[in-house]
Design a binder for this molecule. Structure first.
Ligand SMILES: *Cc1c(COP(=O)(O)O)cnc(C)c1O
Length: 445
């Protein structure tokens, strides 16, 4: 008896604790400035979709050909998501079922390769992502699909793929009988557009596919400000739907009709059973918002990134690639090693309620720096922009970051200034309706 009562007490305590941690997290984020380049805050309408009953249902397969009953509204929403996606990204084929960016990539690996095939991608310190990476890194391409990953040669000074050196590398690979099947583009530190046309030319020689991973820049592409990979020669564009594209955490891919069957089959029954239907509804809403508002949103994101970079640079933070205008995207990277390592910067800034992340930068590739204590930090402006911040707020943020990193001021004092700067920016912009505050905790229990 008593042990049953103990269990009940234990469960109730845990239950209440979990709910109170969620509320605390909301307050923490509300009072912080979040500059993580891979995150965003979705609109209240997207949050509504995430709380809907769609999230409790199954709908395996393609709309109209489901393996489950009860899908009539779900099918309609998914077809709308596909239609909106086709219009926004000018694609012949769109699949909104991948449950994340990594899963979208894995679908392309499955559709276009066999284990043991070769794939070209960027090394992680050059901006590459774990899902493009080698078996020895535990990366998805190598460890899950069994691909042999070769890296593009990289021009560290300009932060771009070194095309001539890569051509030479491909020639020497080919002379050993090694022919890439996929040329992966896209990155997690994605500062400047990638040379899609040139890489597509190289891929043609090998009859290989070009996959462009737009996880970070999908919202910028949607707004027409970064590049247009499908027009420049990409066969598939994969993405996460929650970085610069401010939807729910999910994935999506866009491609051409000729690849439709192969990609569909790799997605289901290959990679997915349930595909998170509440998130599909959220993606549909987000795509509609993108058609309506991202022309303005994407431009302000990039303006803010450039302004933040410039203001940090003027305050003694070594933001990289000044000679190229720092960035053409939402992301900037800085070398903080003359003050501290990236991990220390991350921790101190978090104490100041400025949330950023440490990052490997190109010189770490040469120095073979431990990935746990890299030389750099990565910052993104997409979330603060969504809250209505503009260039003048970027100056403020730079000042607060410099207080912590350059001047060594007490982070807990800076935290108060951070919360004050943040307070008026409490609504999501660039969406149809925004009654609920961006970070309010919505109780429905
Ligand atoms: C973030 C990211 C992903 C992973 O996306 P998830 O949606 O988290 O699976 C894939 N590729 C790149 C380049 C990324 O930066």
């Amino acid at each position: 008896m008593s042990s049953e009562k103990d269990s009940l007490t234990y469960a109730k305590t845990a239950y209440e604790h979990i709910l109170s941690l969620l509320e605390e997290h909301h307050r923490f984020i509300r009072d912080s400035i979040v500059l993580i380049a891979s995150e965003n805050v979705p609109s209240p309408a997207v949050r509504e979709a995430l709380a809907s009953d769609f999230g409790n249902r199954y709908a395996e397969g393609w709309p109209g050909e489901r393996i489950y009953a009860g899908c009539k509204y779900i099918d309609e929403v998914e077809l709308l998501a596909i239609e909106l996606g086709k219009r926004l990204f000018k694609a012949e084929f769109v699949d909104v079922r991948p449950i994340s960016g990594v899963v979208a990539n894995l679908i392309t690996y499955t559709a276009f390769t066999e284990p043991g095939d070769i794939m070209m991608s960027l090394a992680i310190p050059h901006g590459g992502h774990i899902s493009h990476s080698k078996r020895s890194w535990g990366g998805t391409a190598g460890a899950v699909r069994g691909l042999v990953v070769e890296h593009y040669e990289f021009d560290e000074y300009n932060y771009e793929i070194d095309l001539d050196a890569t051509r030479r590398k491909l020639k020497s690979l080919a002379s050993e009988g090694k022919k890439p099947k996929i040329f992966m583009l896209g990155a997690s530190v994605f500062l400047f557009p990638h040379p899609v046309r040139e890489i597509a030319e190289m891929a043609k020689e090998f009859d290989a596919r070009v996959v462009y991973d737009a996880a970070h820049v999908a919202g910028l592409i949607a707004g027409g400000i970064f590049q247009d990979p499908l027009r420049e020669g990409a066969d598939v564009m994969t993405m996460s739907t929650h970085k610069t594209l401010a939807g729910p955490q999910h994935g999506m891919l866009c491609s051409w009709a000729k690849y439709e069957e192969a990609l569909k089959k790799a997605a289901f029954p290959g990679m997915l059973s349930n595909h998170h239907l509440h998130a599909v509804a959220g993606v549909a809403i987000c795509l509609a918002e993108a058609i309506a508002f991202y022309k303005d949103y994407s431009r302000q994101i990039v303006r803010n990134a450039k302004a933040l970079a410039q203001a940090l640079y003027e305050r003694g933070v070594d933001v990289l690639y000044e000679h190229r205008g720092f960035t053409e995207s939402h992301t900037i990277v800085a070398d903080v090693s003359k003050y501290m390592n990236g991990k220390q910067a991350e921790e101190k800034l978090e104490q100041a309620k400025i949330i950023i992340n440490r990052n490997l930068i190109p010189k770490d590739y040469r120095l073979k720096t431990d990935y746990r204590t890299p030389s750099g930090i990565r910052l993104g402006t997409q979330e603060v922009t969504r809250l209505g911040m503009r260039e003048s707020e970027m100056e403020w943020i730079a000042e607060l970051i410099a207080k912590v990193i350059v001047k060594g001021e007490d982070p807990s004092k800076v935290a108060q200034e951070v919360s004050e700067l943040k307070r008026p920016f409490n609504k999501v912009h660039y969406c149809f309706t925004s009654k609920t505050e961006a970070y309010s905790y919505v109780q429905i229990r």
